[in-house]
Design a binder for this molecule. Structure first.
Ligand SMILES: C[S@@+](CC[C@H](N)C(=O)[O-])C[C@H]1O[C@@H](n2cnc3c(N)ncnc32)[C@H](O)[C@@H]1O
Length: 262
């Protein structure tokens, strides 16, 4: 069960491992990691539009480390407020900001300083004034109650030791009727305790992955509705993360839609 991590887990140590991993991605995305990164991966594995990514600052696209394509899950209205609750270097945030236009606001939160610096610099480079980057954690978002139309989330809920807290924060900041466009890693059966307890595997987005029915249970527990997997991706194909877990787990990622009731 991965809605919360194993009880003996050192949550502080895990957070530091996660921060260290993504700080390294922020410094040098071409280094050795257990997961894919960058625009070519985003196009070939996740269905992003090559031309649209080519128009974005390279510092954002090269550090992309998502697992799905939340931008493709549903519409973004002109003037809407969008939150990416762990935005990394900001690729999805920039794409969302384009869709909502100058009358909207795209808020990116991330706990890793290097990622926030890249996201801010990318927004500036792209001349996009409707983007705001904030320091914070998705368990306690620096965002007002009921102020957001769409929360986007890409490859990050698996990293949370307690996923229900993260979902409750999403519900708090969403306006009534607000939408969640979520991409995350899924497994088809429970991982071994040793895999669940391996901080490296957590930081690689596998150790904390939900078993698919748990994702539905989670959104249900926090009172969201219309939960549905809308697309699947083989995001770990040919990575060292794939080789570290047994193939009958069918580790992969999903695009998932849910919304807060009116
Ligand atoms: C797998 S990357 C995904 C980043 C981005 N969504 C993307 O698609 O490129 C994970 C990101 O989550 C951030 N992160 C991890 N735990 C977090 C938390 N508790 N609160 C805020 N950000 C967090 C990391 O700093 C890192 O930038």
């Amino acid at each position: 069960m991965a809605i919360s991590c194993p009880t003996h887990f050192d949550v502080q140590y895990l957070r530091e491992q996660v921060r260290k991993t993504y700080d390294q991605v922020a410094q040098d995305p071409s280094g050795e990691f257990h997961f894919h990164r960058g625009p070519d991966y985003a196009v070939r594995y996740l269905g992003y539009d090559r031309t649209e990514l080519a128009a974005l600052p390279e510092r954002a696209t090269s550090r992309f480390a998502g697992v799905g394509n939340p931008i493709s899950i549903g519409p973004f209205g002109a003037g809407e407020t969008v939150l990416d609750h762990a935005c990394g270097a900001g690729m999805d945030l920039l794409l969302a900001a384009r869709r909502i236009g100058p009358g909207g606001i795209a808020i990116g939160v991330d706990m890793t300083a290097g990622m926030r610096q890249n996201a801010s610099a990318a927004a500036q480079e792209a001349g996009m004034r409707n983007i705001v980057i904030r320091e914070g954690v998705y368990e306690d978002l620096p965002v007002d109650d009921e102020s957001v139309d769409v929360v986007i989330s890409n490859g990050v809920i698996n990293l949370a030791p307690d996923k229900e807290i993260v979902l409750r924060e999403i519900v708090r900041v969403l306006k009534p009727g607000g939408r969640l466009y979520l991409a995350d890693v899924i497994v088809q059966r429970e991982l071994s305790l040793s895999a669940r307890s391996n901080p490296d595997l957590w930081a690689a987005c596998v150790g904390g992955a939900l078993v698919e029915p748990e994702l539905y249970r989670l959104v249900d527990n926090v009172g969201m509705v219309a939960g549905s997997v809308v697309r699947r991706f083989n995001c770990f194909l040919e990575t060292s993360a794939e080789r570290k877990v047994s193939s009958d787990l069918f580790v992969h990622s999903v695009n998932f839609f849910a919304r807060k009731p009116e």
